[in-house]
Design a protein around this ligand. Sequence first.
Ligand code: 6GU
Length: 271
Amino acid sequence: LAPRIDVVSIFPGYLDALDLSLVGKARESGLVDIAVHDLRDVTTDRHRTVDDSPFGGGAGMVMRPDVWWSAIEATGRRPARAGATVAGASTEGVDADPREVVLLVPTPSGARLTQPDAHALAREASAGDVRYVLACGRYEGIDARVTERAAGDPTIRRVQEFSIGDYVLNGGEVAALVLLEAVVRLLPGVLGNPESIAEESFEGDGILEYPVYTRPALWEGLAVPEVLTSGNHGAVERWRRERALERTARRRPDLLPPLTVTELSRRDLAA
Ligand code: 6GU
């Protein structure tokens, strides 16, 4: 059974990009089963209402918990096989997916998504006993009782609220795309050359990647660093490691380990 991911949104068109490129190919070849749903499909009123004004006052609108809970529950029900429909009787729930659910909720107030998180999700997904529901909120967010209700539900393994960085988006859809691309490329069989993962930024010891070059060797008066054309593999490795550390120190010092006590005392002695 391929990893199953249900994405629920009021703008399912945002998720059209999942048909493209590596994720699109992974879906076509059955390495991952992603279904996108319109939240409004579970509404029953004439206006297909999904939101209301916030209790306590304030700007904007909040998404209704009853609508979201119906949508989350509906993801576990597969449509019955063609021809299996009994006239007048609902066959919904006949092919219910028995897997435990992990509810993934994109929100700027979630914990920051990291490469180790992506690896953990890919590993859990490929173990096969779990399915994911990505609940993409809009407006000022989803009524907080939805995650509370989900966390107390025996069919739900975990609720994971995540952010993709310290800025605000209009809704969870783009963040859901980010999570899906980060996770799907790590699923077994998706990348042509899995070794290429190990060399990337945030992999191994979690620092940035070194700069890369290809032909032409001289372009716009700019030459490729000589060591890369030297044929000396040891020298290439050392050069790449230095450039990666240098970049990380300049751009992302937060990714480097803090000084140890030994290093700090050595500094004291030198002073
Ligand atoms: Cl996950 N959602 C929204 N709406 N904004 C964000 C975000 C998520 N991560 C960063 N900004």
